[in-house]
Design a protein around this ligand. Structure first.
Ligand code: F6P
Length: 316
């Protein structure tokens, strides 16, 4: 069996662990693995690299992706199917594993299925917003990344009381990442794109935290507003000094956590077993806490962020 590994869209911590795990399993069984250098754009250009366990060992602990990704929507071009089939045939590739977030796993597997290309997807995104899975690879690491930052904010908040601090996370238009961090860190308020809020309420909530605890901590998802704009609004609303911190893309480059490394190994094994057993279309998912294979295409909507948690954090 010869498998092509493709990373598409935003990278996520744990991808390298999964790549190494997959390649290690394949080597045990004399199967061959190549990686695309540049997502599907790399595939259409036949820009492949042979992957061996020894090559990948130094990358296991690294964030990002050793085989570069791409957001170029090359498969939407009318001649893409023919080109893709030809590229795979030219390199005797039997099947592929696709690492990607919601955009990649929603739109690409149906095309690959239509073109008769066997593919198993692995949900990789710090946003934890892929339909059909409780957890995506990279989410845990991206959550962990926020804690030393919040601890630092709290230290200075304690030393110099009377201020409001805002922490902006990545997450795009999905609030799962911000919500999980706010919950774990005991923030006084959280804002996510899915749920509307009023400035007056937010000001009151944070002013009360400053009064009772000496500081206010707000976590916001980048999709809500830019933290700088909101900081100005909040300062006017409360008459309190507001300082903002953005995690930015450094959060996506977080070091892979234990949980993500374990998940990466389980996901890679599930994908390998599926392809080895002749599955033609599937996605590795987490359901009821277990890593398992969803056979066929993923359908359905992304679950909204946990409303109960949102209300607990915000004292609604
Ligand atoms: O991959 C998901 C994600 O990191 C989101 O959290 C973020 O909004 C987006 O990608 C950023 O995309 P880009 O790297 O293209 O700026």
């Amino acid at each position: 069996m010869k498998t092509l590994l493709v990373v598409s869209g935003g990278d996520a911590p744990g991808i390298n662990t999964a790549l190494a795990s997959y390649v290690g399993l394949a080597a045990l069984n004399q199967d061959r693995v190549v990686g695309s250098l540049g997502g599907f754009a790399g595939v259409l250009e036949k820009n492949f690299v042979s992957l061996s366990p020894t090559m990948l060992i130094p990358w296991i602990s690294q964030s990002g992706s050793v085989i570069p990704s791409s957001r170029d929507p090359v498969l939407s071009h009318s001649d893409a199917g023919g080109k893709l089939i030809q590229a795979l045939a030219a390199h005797q590739i039997d099947n592929m594993v696709l690492f990607g977030g919601d955009g990649s796993l929603r739109y690409l597997p149906p095309l690959l299925h239509q073109w008769g290309i066997p593919c198993v997807g692995i949900p990789t995104t710090i946003d934890n917003n892929v339909a059909g899975t409780e957890l995506t690879l990279g989410f845990d690491s991206a959550c962990n990344f926020a804690y030393p930052v919040i601890d630092g904010i709290r230290a200075t908040a304690h030393a110099l009381p009377g201020r409001i601090f805002m922490l902006e996370t990545l997450g795009g238009d999905c609030g799962n990442l911000a919500l999980e961090i706010a919950f774990g860190a005991g923030a006084h308020a959280v804002l996510v794109p899915e749920y509307p809020y009023e400035n007056e309420w937010l000001g009151r909530r944070l002013a009360q935290a400053v009064e009772l605890e000496g500081y206010g901590l707000l976590v916001i998802c980048e999709g809500v507003s830019t933290s700088r704009t909101l900081a100005e609004v909040l300062a006017q609303e409360t008459n309190i000094r507001v300082r903002d911190t953005r995690l930015g893309h450094a959060q996506r480059g977080a070091a892979p956590s234990h949980r993500d490394r374990a998940l990466a190994n389980q996901m890679a094994r599930t994908a390998y077993d599926a392809l080895k057993n002749g599955i033609r279309t599937g996605v590795v998912v987490v359901r009821q806490g277990q890593v398992t294979l969803h056979e066929g295409l993923l359908t359905g909507a992304i679950a909204p962020p946990d409303r109960a948690r949102y209300e607990i954090i915000n004292h609604l």
